[in-house]
Design a protein. Structure first.
Ligand code: ATP
Ligand code: SF4
Ligand code: MG
Length: 320
C-alpha cells in the first residue's frame, strides 16, 4: 500500500455558540490523516463529536479553526462553487440516509443528481449500471422515491450517488447503525468491495466497536471532542492503552464476547455519565470517569505520545 496522504487534518476545532455566553466545545483540537487506500475508523460514544468531525472535514459547516487538506488543497480557504469543486474527490454518506435525500425525487434522478449539478450529462445506461453495481435492481427501483425504499436500499442508493462523482475518499457516518444485523453485513461487504474496486480511502464513523474493528486499518478513539488514542485495528483488542479505549473494549455488548457471564449493568455502571461539552473537565477530559486519574490529570492536558509504530496515546499515566 502507498503511504501518500489523501487527507490531512490538523488542530480541528468546532464550537457552537449557544447564546448567553455558552459554547458547545464539540471538537477541540483534533489532528489525523488518512492515507491512500486506507480506512480510518472513528470510534466513541454518542455525543463525542464523530459526526461533527466528518462534517467539518466536508466544510459543512466550515470549522471554527484548523486545517483540512484534501490532496494537498487547503479546503478551509475555499467557499461556494470553488469549494464544491475542490471537495468533490471526497463524498460523505450521512448518518441519517433518508433525510439526506430529496423525498420528491425518484431513484433514477437521485443517482444522476451530483454529476448533473456539475453540468455533466448522465445516460440511463450509466444510471442502470451504477444501480446494479450497488446491488439495486434498476427495473425495480427506477421510479421509486426514498420513502419507498428499505433502510438497506436507501444506503445502497447513497453509496451509488457518492460513486457517481468518482471520489477518492468516502466519509461514512454510521452507515449501518440504523439497519438490521443481516442487512448491516451486506452493506459492510458492499462498502469493502466498493473500496477495493475504486481504490478509495475511507473514514468510517461508528460507536460499535466490532463493526469499526473489522472494516478499519487504523482506529481513532474520541472522547468529548478530543482524540484519546490512534491505534492499528489489529492492535486494538490486545494492545489498546488508553483507559477510555479499555473501557470501550470492556463494554462491548455481551453477544460479542465469548464469556458472557458479566452482568450488562456492570459495564454501564463503570461507564458513568458523559460530562457536558459546554463545560468540559479541565486537563484530561476523561478524568471524571478515569480509574487512574490523579491531580496532574486535572491541571495538565495529556499530549499524544508514540507507543509503537502507528500507535499514539494521550494519557499521563500509561507506561510506554
Ligand atoms: N449544530 C449544533 N449546535 C449545537 N450543538 C451541536 C450541534 N451539532 C452537534 N452539537 C453537539 O456537539 C456534540 C457532538 O455531536 P456529534 O453529533 O458530533 O456527536 P456524535 O459523536 O456524532 O454522536 P452520535 O454517536 O450520537 O451520532 C454533541 O454534544 C452535540 O449535542
Ligand atoms: S491522563 Fe489521567 S485522567 Fe486522562 S486517561 Fe490518563 S490517567 Fe486517566
Ligand atoms: Mg453522529
Amino acid at each position: 500500500m502507498m503511504t501518500e496522504q489523501v487527507l490531512s487534518v490538523a488542530d480541528l476545532v468546532v464550537e457552537f455558540p449557544l447564546g448567553g455566553g455558552q459554547t458547545v466545545h464539540a471538537v477541540s483540537g483534533v489532528s489525523f490523516d488518512v492515507r491512500d487506500g486506507e480506512t480510518l475508523g472513528i470510534l466513541g460514544e454518542s455525543g463525542c463529536g464523530k459526526s461533527t468531525v466528518g462534517r467539518a472535514v466536508m466544510q459543512l459547516p466550515r470549522p471554527t479553526a484548523g486545517s483540512v487538506r484534501l490532496l494537498g488543497d487547503e479546503l478551509t480557504e475555499y467557499a461556494g462553487r470553488r469549494l464544491r469543486r475542490q471537495r468533490s474527490p471526497m463524498q460523505m454518506i450521512f448518518q441519517d440516509p433518508v433525510s439526506s435525500l430529496n423525498p420528491r425525487r425518484k431513484v433514477k434522478d437521485l443517482v444522476a443528481e451530483g454529476p448533473r449539478m456539475r453540468g455533466r450529462s448522465v445516460s440511463d445506461e450509466e444510471i442502470r449500471s451504477m444501480l446494479s453495481a450497488v446491488g439495486l435492481d434498476p427495473d425495480v427501483v427506477w421510479d421509486r422515491r426514498p420513502h419507498e425504499l428499505s433502510g438497506g436500499q436507501c444506503q445502497r442508493l447513497c453509496i451509488a450517488r457518492a460513486l457517481m462523482l468518482d471520489p477518492r475518499m468516502l466519509i461514512c457516518d454510521e452507515p449501518v447503525s440504523s439497519l438490521d444485523v443481516s442487512v448491516q453485513a451486506q452493506i459492510l461487504n458492499l462498502l469493502e468491495d466498493t473500496k477495493e474496486r475504486h481504490r478509495l480511502s475511507m473514514i468510517f464513523i461508528a460507536h460499535d466497536l466490532a463493526v469499526v474493528k473489522n472494516i478499519s486499518d487504523r482506529i481513532m478513539v474520541m472522547y468529548l471532542g478530543k482524540v484519546c488514542e490512534v491505534v492499528p485495528a489489529d492492535r486494538l483488542a490486545e494492545h489498546a492503552l488508553h483507559p477510555y479505549s479499555l473501557l470501550l473494549i470492556d463494554s462491548v455488548p455481551e453477544a460479542h464476547l465469548p464469556d458472557a457471564d458479566l452482568e450488562p449493568e456492570h459495564a454501564a455502571e463503570r461507564a458513568g455519565e458523559l460530562p457536558s461539552p459546554i463545560d468540559p473537565p479541565s486537563g484530561c477530559r476523561f478524568r471524571t470517569r478515569c480509574p487512574l486519574a490523579t491531580e496532574r490529570c486535572a491541571v495538565e492536558e495529556p499530549e499524544m505520545r508514540e507507543a509503537a509504530p502507528d500507535h499514539f496515546v494521550a494519557c499521563h499515566h500509561v507506561e510506554l
